[in-house]
Every structure is written in C-alpha cells, then in structure tokens.
Design a protein around this ligand. Sequence first.
Ligand code: PEP
Length: 256
Amino acid sequence: MTKKLLVANWKMNKGVVQSQQYAEDLRLYVEKTRLSHCEIVICPPFTSLEAVQRKINGSAISLGAQNVFYESSGAYTGEISTGMLKSCGCEYVITGHSERRSHFNETNLIINKKLMAVIDEGLKPILCIGETLQEHEDKITEAVIEEQLHICLAHIDEEAVKNIVIAYEPVWAIGTGKNATPHQIENTHNFIRKKIKKMFNEEISRSLRIIYGGSITPENSRDLLSPETVNGGLVGGSSLEIDSFIKIIESVKLNK
Ligand code: PEP
C-alpha cells in the first residue's frame, strides 16, 4: 500500500514570518511523532518558498509551489520559472489549479506546457482536474475529465507520467464547504485510472497517485481519504491552521 500524500495549499496566505513559524512547528511535530505513515508537502506562496525550505531542509516534509510559468527565462515580468523553483528547493509544483483556470484563464493547453516544463526540470507536477458546478449538474463530469487528461497529458511519455500526481478537485467543492462524497470520489478516481490505462498502460494506471481535493476538514478527512483508490488529499483552507492540518494527518494514520 502506498503512503498517502497530504498537500497543504496555502494559496495567497501567510507572509515570511508566519510561514517560517508554521514550517518550524510542523517539523517539530513530524520529528516528535517520527511520522512515517504519510508524505507531507507544503505549498507556500512564492515569497515564502526559500524561508520555508530552510526550516524543513533535511526533514520528511517536502516543498511545493502553487504555480509556475513554462518558459525557462526571459522578458516575462512577474513570472517564475521551473529552474527558479528548483533553486528554492521545490520538489512539487501544483499545475492547473481551478483558481488559476478561472481567475487567470489558464487552459488545458497552457497547463500541458507547464506540465512539460515541470517534468523537464525534474520536478513533480500535481495536476489538478475536475468539473465545475454547472458541469456536475449537467452530468458531464467524465467527459470534462477525459478532455482535461487528454490535453494536459499530451506529449508526456510513460516514464514521465509516473512522476505526476493527479488531484481530482471538483470545482464546486473547493473552498465551499461542500465536499464530494466518498462514493463520488471513488467513482471518479476509478474513471481516471481507466482513462490512464487506455492512454498509458495498466501498471501506470494502478501505481499513479491520484489524490482528492475539495473542502477536506479534520471532521471529514478520514472518510474522504480512506478508499484504497484515493492516495491522499490536497488541502486548502484546513491547512492554514497547523492544528487543523495535523488533525488531518492524524486521521489518515487511523486509516491504516
Ligand atoms: C485547494 O486549494 O485545492 C482546495 C481543495 O481548497 P479547500 O480545501 O479550501 O477546498
């Protein structure tokens, strides 16, 4: 059984001092409890990446970024490249988060370019996919996900795809307090595995890490993350307070 992966997405929250304090406290918790039952990734804003890395360096906690640009350098004011993220100690990069898609017009084609750049740099993409509320109500979730997978994973070979984490994040469940049910999550994860098998092969479809995101809380995390096909969770709001994130980490332990 693979370890569950828990990713904390702080979004646009926390300055450097707050980020450092959180990272220090989380490291203390991880070392005191000799945490080994799950893998933890924290994704602070760009401005805190280096400071957080200094605090978690050498620990069991990994660093992730929330976004990246696909060009490696040049006249792209305000953008950050994969090489810059690597130089800060990042191991993971969230790509295609629904907030990037909706607020910054990121399309599946753009996300594909970002994904390829992340892989070329030797970093691990966390590819977010999922349907909007309208698509959910129109019962076209599977068609939407199929299209997202086909476009976002175009030109990615079998070796590279093994390093990708897919985060199934129904858009209607992100930051709304309305989570998908364990049954809905399991069905969609199984659908994603079926498509991955068709696009790549059976071994990859079985081993690929697929996590769930959308209003995970300490109260529902055990239920939502327990199915075998769910390899972990992407946690937004409930990862901001360290006590709440630790409760989620503990709840995953109980699943063992
Ligand atoms: C997210 O940011 O990807 C997310 C799932 O947020 P929340 O947990 O707040 O719904």
